[in-house]
Design a protein around this ligand. Structure first.
Ligand code: SF4
Length: 347
């Protein structure tokens, strides 16, 4: 069968894998065995699943595949950050990143090929949106990294912060979250999973009713609508007030603090007044703010402010009683800006 049309097992929830087995005349427990081979033992081929009858493995291989994507390149930074360029069956590329911080090993995954949001500092949106990733293509990013890690290292956290807007690919992302969270899947707790959005309000409301209790991060990047309209075009439709209200609803439903991501850009959103306005806007919201110095890309003439200025911005927020941190740039030698490596390769 054409591999492009072949369904990948990484697409499947346990119930679907069991159903696949029973509909093939096998015991349903074979489904659990199959997934255990993929999620616990790192199998990438049916032929490796030695406790499943050979004849069934051969039938499976004729119609299904375990993985649909493959690692194209891995770039490693001096700080241990590794950026993986993943090739999809239709020859599109996406990125996923492994970030090391002591015992914490965070995998940042992509959810779309490209992005429609067109944020004015981001490489991911430059070629526009090509398509959504299916659930298996999301899961495989984590599995590629898991299988690449030495046995002494384990993935502890997942962030949906790579290429694409996760809540614009809602069903596939939520199914991937359930597989990542499941005992029979990757077994990563909801508290260690973060979905980052530019502020898709219906998506935030829907997520608050999923019962998943994952962390929500909102990419704010501006202290008011005037600035945000310029650098995050989707803001013209939503507006900051509606986003903050939706964030508050998410907190009320889940009791999870909201993270606000603030990419700080020299001369755009980094003034003392901007810090005070941001603090005013977030007053009373149970949140923390991550200040992220811009990773510059050559396509845009934007730069981060000095470290001192970023720290000053942070101190002003702290003085207003807001928990805020300046995050160090990771992986600056590996085309760390979101979508940069893909952009170069795809071109
Ligand atoms: S910052 Fe996020 S939402 Fe904006 S263009 Fe980049 S990937 Fe899309």
């Amino acid at each position: 069968m054409d591999k492009l049309q072949c369904i990948s097992i990484t697409e499947m929830h346990l119930s679907e894998a069991m159903e696949l087995c029973t509909s093939s005349g096998e015991h349903s427990y074979r489904g659990k065995q199959m997934l255990s081979w993929i999620y616990d033992k790192g199998a990438t081929q049916f032929s490796q699943m030695s406790d499943i009858p050979t004849s069934f493995r051969e039938r499976l291989a004729a119609t299904y595949q375990v993985f649909q994507s493959k690692i194209f390149t891995i770039n490693t930074s001096h700080d241990g950050t590794e950026k993986f360029l993943i090739q999809l069956p239709d020859n599109n590329f996406i990125e996923c990143v492994l970030l090391r911080d002591g015992k914490r090993k965070t995998v940042c995954v992509s959810t779309q090929v490209g992005c429609a949001m067109d944020c004015k500092f981001c490489a991911s949106g430059i070629l526009g949106l090509k398509r959504n990733l299916n659930t298996g293509e999301i899961i495989e990013q984590v599995l590629h990294i898991k299988n690449h890690l030495p046995s002494s290292e384990h993935i502890t956290n997942i962030v949906f912060m790579g290429i694409g807007e996760p809540l614009a690919n809602y069903e596939n992302v939520i199914k991937a979250v359930r597989i990542i969270n499941a005992d029979w899947g990757l077994g990563i707790g909801a508290r260690n999973i973060t979905i980052s959005t530019v502020g898709i309000i219906p998506g935030i409301r829907r997520l608050s009713k999923e019962g998943l209790k994952v962390n929500l991060a909102i990419s704010l990047h501006a202290p008011n609508d005037t600035v945000r309209d310029k650098i995050v075009p989707s803001n013209k439709k939503t507006g900051l007030k509606n986003i903050i209200d939706a964030a508050q609803e998410y907190f009320n439903a889940t009791h999870r603090d909201i993270s606000f991501e603030y990419t700080i850009i020299n001369g755009i959103n980094d003034s003392i007044q901007d810090a005070h306005s941001l603090a005013q806007m977030l007053k009373g919201v149970q949140c923390n703010v991550n200040i992220l110095p811009l990773n510059p890309i050559k396509e845009y003439s934007l730069a981060p402010p000095s470290q001192k200025k970023a720290e000053m911005f942070c101190t002003i927020l702290n003085n207003h009683g807001i928990v805020a941190t300046v995050r160090q740039k990771k992986g600056s030698k590996v085309n760390a800006a979101c979508g940069q490596l893909r952009l170069q390769t795809q071109r």
